[in-house]
Design a protein around this ligand. Structure first.
Ligand SMILES: Nc1nc2c(ncn2[C@@H]2O[C@H](COP(=O)(O)OP(=O)(O)OP(=O)(O)O)[C@@H](O)[C@H]2O)c(=O)[nH]1
Ligand SMILES: [Mg+2]
Length: 434
């Protein structure tokens, strides 16, 4: 493959800048610009050498490390230069390598080559991208597991199960007298077990999505219920304006925290009531609209006055709704069946956060965090369900057609047999240099 190059460290001044070269001419190009006590060709792979990088009208003291195919990130010959992390310098190094014949790498092209060279599956490459953008312990851990092949193994295992059934079916078609009974006996159970595993993976996406994107919680309630006070109590700082005037908050305010390694995003909203004030009306419309996109609704009641929020509970019946009575510090007689908090004293707030993060808890096994993977799993599921239906109604070779479809749908996850359009689409989202 032609040799590509890119700056792999972020754009900006830093301690070091790393420029990568990968492809057939990587060693040759590196050798033409870098000199040390040992020529690049003779250097030991994976060992750093201190030497001189010589560009047009400049020199730099640099470290060089080479990797020889297939033992590199891309599976090709790969060289990295570690230089001082000045924007001007790093860019000059890149320009030098381009002049020497390397081509500028596209976004994610190093990882794309790793996939094409069989160093990792498509899903593992997506895990790499997720590790880079992870912003919570939970999302980082999920991305790490995906990058190191946990989901990959599961998908390959499912594909092998399907392949086994397909082999049996073709044996049954070719030698009907010898194997057919056995196949008829075993096949439904095997297909059922594949279907159940796929269902579990699809279900895990509910938690996976929350782990990856954070759990969006909209705080809703009547004016003065204490919504902004609750946001401030959660953040531990005075982010939103709090007054005893009903209708203080107009615009929605979003802020995020990490609670026990999980990212929680909170939306403080305008208090819901009938209003003639045009600005407040807009605020209320916005509150309801943004809450429609939330994962969790925290319905806050004012414990000091008591009120009815049935209408809101009905509107969000398809979501996880936590109904909380605020201002517990003012409530004398508490009812057993209600959840009390106090935004003022902080009472019950930690408990509420604990309850919210339980939504992202994964029972066991692998968790699917990607919408692309879920979509492929849904397609695989449809075909497996159809195979089950076909098995009971028609001949066994029809089952094979459906199972082949399921096998291919699973392959789109790992990249095994995936069309090039799918693979390119995945790498569009990567950064240059990865
Ligand atoms: N005693 C007590 N007062 C509270 C508590 N939470 C909020 N308050 C008071 O209730 C009043 C309204 O609080 P806000 O946080 O502004 O209420 P809000 O729901 O954001 O109101 P709007 O923005 O108008 O919709 C303020 O005077 C707060 O100090 C609480 O837990 N205990
Ligand atoms: Mg408010």
């Amino acid at each position: 493959m032609h040799t590509i190059t890119a700056i792999s460290t972020p754009h900006g001044a830093g301690g070091i800048g790393i420029i990568r070269l990968s492809g057939d001419d990587a060693i040759k190009i590196a050798s033409s610009v870098f000199s040390s006590s040992v020529k690049v060709e003779d250097q030991n792979p994976r060992e750093m050498y201190l030497g001189k990088f010589e560009g047009e009208n400049f020199e730099e003291k640099a470290l060089c490390v080479k990797f020889i195919a297939p033992n590199s990130y891309t599976g090709e010959d790969l060289v990295e230069f570690h230089v001082h992390g000045g924007v001007f310098l790093v860019t000059r190094v890149l320009e030098t390598l381009l002049k020497k014949g390397a081509k500028m790498a596209e976004a994610g092209e190093f990882t794309q080559r790793a996939v094409l060279n069989g160093k990792m599956g498509l899903d593992e490459a997506e895990g790499v991208a997720d590790v880079i953008v992870a912003d919570s312990t939970a999302s980082l851990n999920a991305a790490y597991r995906q990058m190191t092949g946990a989901l990959h193994k599961k998908i390959v295992w499912l594909q092998n199960e399907i392949k086994d059934v397909l082999v049996n079916i073709s044996a049954a078609i070719d030698y009907p007298d010898e194997v057919e009974d056995e196949v008829y006996h075993e096949t439904p159970d095997k297909i059922k077990s594949v279907r159940e595993d796929i269902e579990r993976l699809i279900d895990s996406h509910k938690s996976g999505r929350l782990i990856k994107n954070g759990i969006l919680c909209a705080i809703l309630g009547k004016p003065n219920a204490g919504k902004s006070s609750l946001l401030n109590a959660i953040l531990g700082r005075e982010r939103a304006i709090v007054t005893d005037i009903a209708g203080t908050t107009r615009d929605t305010i979003e802020e995020a925290i990490l609670h026990k390694g999980v990212k929680l995003r909170f939306l403080d909203t305008a208090g819901i009531r009938e209003s003639e004030d045009i600005v407040e009306k807009y605020g209320i419309e916005r509150a309801l609209k943004e809450a429609d996109g939330a994962d969790v609704i925290i319905l806050l009641l004012d414990g000091a006055t008591g009120e009815n929020l049935d209408e809101l509970i009905k509107r969000y019946s398809d979501k996880k709704v936590f109904v909380c009575v605020n201002k517990s510090d003012l409530v004398e007689r508490k009812q057993d069946n209600l959840c009390y908090i106090s935004a003022k004293t902080g009472d019950g707030v930690e408990n509420l956060l604990d309850e919210i993060i339980k939504l992202s808890a994964v029972e066991d096994g692998e968790v699917v965090t990607s919408a692309r993977h879920t979509e492929a799993l849904v397609r695989a599921h449809e075909s497996v369900v159809s195979a089950e239906g076909t098995f009971s109604q028609y001949t066994i070779d029809c089952v094979a057609v459906d199972l082949r479809k399921a096998w291919s749908a699973l392959g789109a996850i790992t990249g095994d047999g995936a069309e090039s359009g799918i693979i390119e689409g995945v790498f569009d989202k990567f950064c240059v240099g990865k």
